[in-house]
Write a protein that binds this ligand. Structure first.
Ligand code: GAP
Length: 458
């Protein structure tokens, strides 16, 4: 990951604003806050967890369910430590660590700016860099002995490589095909800052796409386009995304070529996803270390080959941060009033439709709850009857709810309700009988436009 300066961001929120909104509205809390928290650990609240689910669902749908060449797995987080020897992580998964000789804080050498300690301000007083392995480990079983040491996976990818043969034979897959997985990964990061951008426990969505070596460069290009399209479908504006090729020095130990999908975060361009060309590295390594043949028999050419791999690898937490930043808006209204709106795409908004009885009077509550019952099977909903209607609209705007349905006293006689749209604040009266369809149409109209793959130019 490289942080670099880019053009001024059009995003209206800084990190502090989003961190505070996330806590105030129940998206993300500091972990174990009543004990003073824990460095770089966060707990997702009711709205955050709903949004995270949607991010995963959207990824799974586009990467697995809508394709006929990709299947999913869920591998163990703690597995045979030989996996990490073979993958190169035991020897190579390191960051350069320096220690400040004044205050003894430990820092990632490439994150130190102007040769100055960010903790105590000392200039040029650092130890020589040493390699620090980023894998977290634990002891498995009752005997606390080094032979029982196992690692918390630092990436989900190896689960796909060690299951290559199992998946290929049980699913009778022919090249090219992919194996996808979503799950937690762990890294003992030296510097952790920027909220949920870099944490020690995080969630990845990775797909290993196995292909013939001759086609691997075209496959790499294809996935770069496809993955950008996916970000557009979440409502990220193209000008806030870019692809950046890794330099030779930056490449991971396994990679022949990597392009990062970068986002313009408030501190500059930073990685949200890596699209790596891993060549035949992983299958060859696992084959050598396990003694099992991990090749593919091509029935057309009658040859055994080691497939090459292209890997789009994204982080759920970074995507969530990106979407909150991207969606945040402060709008001046007529009459000097203002509002905060999260302009989230309906597909990722934690609440899609809020049901609001105009008043808390008992007369409206049963009708409003009936409307809620009709809507619940179709949408992510919230029932809100606390405080004035104006404050409730503002509250829903601030959590990104695209549509509100207001039940008022006329509803008791005309059996109609008012739909209020988040972005335009337009209000329309709609009969309850056609309400589901009317809401669905509006949500669909709010989904971002996504260019076809043929229209994508890199
Ligand atoms: N299998 C390849 C791999 O793990 P990576 O670029 O190290 O590649 C992929 O990680 C993605 O995982 C990153 O683009 C990022 O979104 C996410 N990620 C990595 N380290 C992270 C951390 N410490 N905190 C949050 N997300 C992280």
């Amino acid at each position: 990951m490289t942080d670099s300066d880019g053009p001024a961001s059009e995003m209206k929120a800084d990190l502090e604003t989003i961190t505070s909104l996330a806590k105030r509205r129940g998206f993300v809390f500091p972990s174990a806050e009543i004990y003073g928290g824990f460095a770089a650990a966060y707990d997702y609240g009711p709205l955050g967890v709903e949004m995270k689910r949607q991010i995963r669902e959207r990824w799974w749908r586009s990467m697995v369910q809508e394709r006929d060449d990709v299947v999913g797995i869920e591998a163990a987080i703690i597995t045979n430590p030989q996996v990490w020897v073979a993958s190169g992580h035991v020897a190579e998964f390191t960051d350069p660590l320096v220690e400040c000789l004044e205050c003894q804080s430990r820092l990632r050498a490439d994150h130190v700016e102007n040769n100055t300690c960010p903790n105590c301000g000392a200039v040029g007083k650092f130890s020589e860099p040493r390699r620090f392995n980023m894998m977290l480990s634990t002891i498995v079983g009752p005997v606390a002995d080094e032979s029982a040491r196992a690692f918390m996976r630092p990436e989900t990818a190896q689960g796909m490589f060690v299951n290559f043969d199992n998946v290929q034979t049980t699913m009778r897959k022919r090249l090219p095909f992919g194996i996808a997985q979503v799950g937690k990964s762990f890294r003992n990061e030296i510097t952790v800052k920027q909220f949920i951008f870099r944490t020690r426990e995080f969630e990845q969505m990775e797909m290993e796409y196995f292909c013939h070596p001759d086609s691997s460069l075209d496959v790499h290009t294809y996935w770069k386009k496809e993955r950008l399209r996916w970000y557009y479908s979440l409502g990220v504006r193209p000008q806030h995304l870019r692809l950046r090729d890794h330099t030779a020095e930056e490449l991971s130990h396994y990679s022949k070529a990597t392009s990062d999908v970068e986002v313009h975060y408030p501190w500059g361009w930073s990685e949200v996803e890596g699209i790596a060309h891993r060549g035949a590295y992983d299958l060859t390594q696992h084959s050598n270390h396990s003694g099992k043949k991990l090749t593919y028999f091509d029935p057309d050419t009658n040859e055994h080959i080691v497939p090459h791999v292209v890997e789009p690898a994204a982080g759920v937490d970074r995507i969530m941060l990106m979407l909150l930043l991207e969606a945040y808006d402060e709008e001046q209204l007529e009459g000097g009033d203002s509002r905060v709106v999260l302009r989230l795409a309906p597909g990722v908004a934690p609440v899609q439709v809020a049901i609001l009885p105009l008043s808390r009077k008992d007369t409206l509550d049963p009708t409003a709850r009936k409307v809620w019952d009709i809507l619940r099977p179709f949408f992510r909903t919230q029932y809100d009857d606390a405080q004035s209607i104006g404050r409730r609209y503002r509250r829903q705007d601030e959590i990104g709810t695209p549509l509100c349905v207001t039940v008022d006293f006329d509803t008791l006689t005309d059996e109609a309700v008012t739909i209020r749209e988040r972005d335009s604040m337009q209000q329309t009266r709609v009969p309850i009988t056609g309400l589901v369809m009317a809401l669905q149409e509006r949500l669909l109209a709010l989904e971002p436009h996504v260019p076809s793959i043929d229209e994508m130019v890199l």
